[in-house]
Every structure is written in C-alpha cells, then in structure tokens.
Ligand binder design. Structure first.
Ligand SMILES: NC(=O)C1=CN([C@@H]2O[C@H](COP(=O)(O)OP(=O)(O)OC[C@H]3O[C@@H](n4cnc5c(N)ncnc54)[C@H](O)[C@@H]3O)[C@@H](O)[C@H]2O)[C@H](O)CC1
Ligand SMILES: [K+]
Length: 492
C-alpha cells in the first residue's frame, strides 16, 4: 500500500494512500471535531466535481446531474453552483423532503431558492435521462448498502446506456468503497472524483480517477477522535472477555474486568488463584470469578485455561496482577503459544511477548518502561518516537498501544496518536481499565481500531473526572464514566 506524507507540526506524517468508506466516515467526524464541519467538506467536494466537469466539457455544454438523497447527492448540488457557465439540470431521485441529511437538504434548498433547473423524480417510471454532454452520477457514494434499489437501478441502467461522458461523485454508484462486492448493475463512469484519498478498488476501474483534497487536516487521520469511537462502539451488550490475572495483586484484574463490562461486554470472567478469588469477587458482584487451586498461575493451570479460552473464543486479558514468578511467566508464554484468538497482553505478561511464537492476535499495552523492556524505544515523549514504535510493532507482529501522556497505537503499518487524558491518568489502575476496554472493543473490531478507540475512551473518561489541573481521581472512578464517553452524544 503506497503512502503519501502530510507534514504535521514539521514532521512528515505517513498517510495511507487508500481509505475505506467506513474509515472515511470516521475521518469526517474527526475533521468536524477539529473544526472543519461536514458542510464545508461538501462545499470542497462539490467544487472538485465542478473542476472535473470543466475538464471534460466546454462551457455552454449541457450537464445532467442525477442525485440521490444522501451526501453524495449533496456534493453535486454544490457542484451545480460552480458550473454557472454550463447548462445544468439537476434531477433528485425522490422527493426533496426525503433528502437524508441536513447539509444535502440545505444545498438542495439553495438551488431551488436560486432558481436553478431542479426536478424531483417522484417515482422510477417518471425517470427520463435528459440528453446531455455530461452526466454527473451523484446517486450513491460510500453510503450504499446492498444491491441497487429503485429508482437508482433504473437510473444507473439509463446512464450506462446513454452516449455521454459520465463523471462519478466519490465512487460510481454501486461501487463498494469498503473493498467488498460491487453491485452488478453499477454505473460505469469515465471519470471518478473521489475525496481525500483513493478508495480500495478504484484503481481497477477503466475510469480516470481524480483524488481531490477537500481540506481534511492530516490530524483527522493521525489523532484519535470521536470518529474512531463511532467505529469501535459496541452496538449492544456483546463479548464476554476472559481476564486471566490476579495472584500477588487483586485490584488489577477486578478493574480490568469491570471496565470490560462498562465498555459493553455482556459478561466478564476472571480466572484467578483461589487464594484471591474471593477478594476479587468482593470488588464487584457483577464479575464471574472462576477460582483455581494454585496460588499463582502455573504452566499446568495455563493449559486448563487455554482450553476454556479456546472453547469460548472471547477476547482474553492476560496479565493484570499476575506477578512475575518464573512459573507464571512460563505459564503466560505457554498460554500464548497455544492460543490463536485475540488477547490483550498487559503488565507482567508483556515481558514474554517478544520471544513467544503465537498465532494469537495480540494487543500489547506497555507503559514507557515496559515498552523499553520489550525492546521498544525508551523515551519520555512517545509521540516523538512514534515511527520507532511503529517499526517495533512491525517487528513484533502485533498491535502496540504504548501508554503515555500521548498514547501511540500502531500495528506496524497504521499509527494513531491519542491525545486524550490528563496528568491524573498516572494514578495506579488506569492501565487496567484500559486493558478491559480494549478487550470488549476487540470482540468485533479491527485490533488497531479497537486499541485506538479504547485508549481514547479511557483518557476521555479521566478528563471527565479531573479537576481543572487534571488531577485527583481514582482509576475505579473511571469505570462510571466509560459509558458516557462511549455512548454519549459526541458534540460534533
Ligand atoms: N470526506 C468525505 O469523503 C466526504 C464525503 N461526502 C460525500 O458523502 C457521501 C456519503 O454520503 P451518505 O449520505 O453517507 O450516503 P450516500 O449519499 O452515498 O447514499 C445514502 C443514500 O442512498 C440510499 N441508499 C443506500 N443504499 C442504497 C441502495 N442499495 N439502493 C438505493 N439507494 C440506496 C440511502 O437510503 C441514502 O438515502 C460520500 O460518498 C461523498 O460523496 C461529503 O459530502 C463530504 C465529505
Ligand atoms: K456516485
């Protein structure tokens, strides 16, 4: 995957030169949170479309815009305003009152008020494609779901049958921007104007593709924001994380397991030595604590827990409070060697990761000292060594969520920075709540996306508790703030 580089505060920041539709929606939301509202992006998108129309047809040419009821259509309503020297007709496939977004609706209203030639196609039998030198396909973009429904299907067929130049907005209607299967009867375009970055599969089309910058700051991709939380937010109570922890310490597994519930898990299990199981259960009746007879995790016990983990195939949290007894580290190594599911590795178990061969998908959550001990860079400001952490993660072959004032989350290819959090996050236990949140989000989200969102949620939960200087709260108090951060109204 080729990468381009933006310059972000003087440092080249690698940007993937490819972005999926779902990731684009997250980046949009992040851009809005950075102060670039969607309507402004739509204005830039529409202007970019007009540029390409000018490229393919001389002034005075006739242009037929065929628009859907989402923001893809909205882009084209904007484009109409940038094509004054063309003979533009705008067809909306549906009634104006069914336009699905405010910004598209506002742009439609502007065309009506400004007396542009606009027509509503109230049913597909009414649809007739005007003779035009250029057709702008603005029916569906990244918001498509399933095969083309009427009246879009009829319109797509008419556009493909017409002898005209077709300019597609963002992606040709019916194209799946998430790299999935395209609709059979999708629009065949001559030109595609896609926004911000190219989409997977556009390079295989016969069309000439223009990637238009629409003013989205590189920070909207680089820094974790509300869009990343939207991507990872559990839809309902799902996942049953399995915490393997406890031994010398009991608070850590209890915090991790509670955080997993607060992040939306249906149940949260803790496998712990019998000597401390009662104490862990004492922290919260909500936990399903499963005691085992040894008083630390041993290799024999690890085999037993491995079977349970494989049977239920839920995200595992390995590490909180395990301690560093040789047999415990051997047990952690053995568990990872045998497991092929998803594991958040934290605290004392991190030490074994660099030398272990595993088919498991790991999210490692080292703090600064643990990262250095694992062989990663040793630096106060992790963000300044983000590239080195990225290479370390690439060598390690797993996701690394390096915790610091700014967290660095990377899978060796994609790297995100989470700037959320406050001074107070240094209090003991915030790493345990983080591990629990990662585990729940990991249940059905891309590991990097789950880790990035979890880091952000944990930090924002702390911000909600901190006093003006950022101090003075307990990790256990973070638990109560997690749901509001994950499901609360993001203010963009
Ligand atoms: N940063 C950016 O990339 C920006 C992109 N913009 C444009 O926004 C669209 C995505 O808009 P969205 O409203 O999410 O969805 P669409 O307009 O693509 O379509 C939704 C619309 O279509 C209907 N629909 C869905 N599936 C089907 C189907 N199979 N058959 C028929 N109709 C279908 C659905 O009901 C909705 O009404 C993106 O592509 C860009 O063009 C923003 O303008 C700015 C920033
Ligand atoms: K389109």
């Amino acid at each position: 995957m080729s990468v381009s580089s933006a310059i972000l505060n003087g440092r080249p920041v690698e940007r993937q030169d490819m972005i999926t539709g779902r990731r684009m929606a997250a980046v949009d939301e992040n851009a809005a949170a950075l102060g670039v509202p969607r309507k402004q992006l739509m204005e830039s998108s529409g202007n970019a479309v007009a540029h390409t129309v000018r490229d393919v047809a001389d002034p005075g040419s006739s242009v037929a815009i065929v628009a859907g009821r989402g923001n893809n259509g909205g882009d084209a309503f904007v484009a109409a305003r940038f094509l004054e020297e063309y003979d533009v007709t705008t067809l909306l496939l549906g009634r104006a009152e069914t336009i699905g977004t405010e910004i598209a609706s506002e742009n439609w209203d502007t065309l009506e008020r400004a007396d542009y030639d606009v027509r509503e196609v109230r049913d597909s039998s009414q649809f007739g494609l005007p003779d035009a030198d250029v057709v702008v396909d603005a029916m569906l973009g990244t918001g498509i779901s399933g095969d083309l429904r009427e009246p879009v299907a009829t319109a797509a067929e008419a556009i493909n049958a017409a002898d005209t130049t077709v300019v597609a907005v963002d992606v040709p209607t019916g194209f799946d921007a998430d790299g999935g299967d395209h609709a059979e009867n999708r629009v065949e375009a001559d030109r595609v104007v896609t926004f911000h970055d190219t989409k997977p599969g556009l390079e295989d089309l016969a069309a000439e593709v223009t990637v238009a910058d629409i003013g989205i700051p590189a920070a909207a991709e680089r820094f974790v924001g509300p869009g990343d939380i939207s991507l990872a937010r559990p839809d309902d109570r799902e996942g049953r994380p399995y915490v393997i922890g406890g031994g010398p310490y009991t608070g850590a597994p209890a915090l991790a397991a509670q955080a997993a519930l607060r992040a939306g898990a249906e149940l949260s299990f803790v496998a712990a030595p019998g000597t401390v199981a009662g104490e862990i259960q004492g922290y919260a009746a909500d936990l399903v604590v499963q005691p085992y007879e040894e008083d630390v995790l041993t290799p024999e016990r690890a085999d037993d827990l491995l079977e349970t983990a494989q049977e239920y195939d839920n995200p595992v949290v390995l590490g909180p409070g395990l301690g560093t007894a040789d047999e415990t580290l051997e047990a952690a190594r053995q568990f990872l060697e045998g497991y092929d599911g998803r594991v958040v590795v934290d605290a004392d178990a991190l030490a074994v990761v660099p030398e272990v061969e595993t088919d498991a998908t790991l999210v490692c959550t080292p703090n600064r000292a643990e990262l250095a001990r694992m062989g990663g860079p040793d630096a106060d400001d992790l963000r300044a060594v983000a590239d080195e952490i990225e290479s370390f993660a690439a060598d390690l072959g797993h996701v690394v969520l390096a915790k610091g004032p700014d967290d660095v989350i990377t899978d060796g290819e994609r790297t995100r920075i989470s700037r959320s959090g406050t001074l107070g996050m240094k209090v003991g236990g915030t790493g345990d709540t983080l591990a629990g949140i990662v585990a729940t989000l990991l249940a059905d989200t891309d590991p990097l996306e789950a880790a990035a969102a979890a880091a952000h949620v944990n930090g924002l939960a702390g911000e909600r508790l901190a006093d003006d200087e950022g101090h003075g709260f307990l990790a256990s108090e973070l638990l109560g703030e997690i749901p509001a951060v994950l499901w609360g109204e993001s203010d963009v």
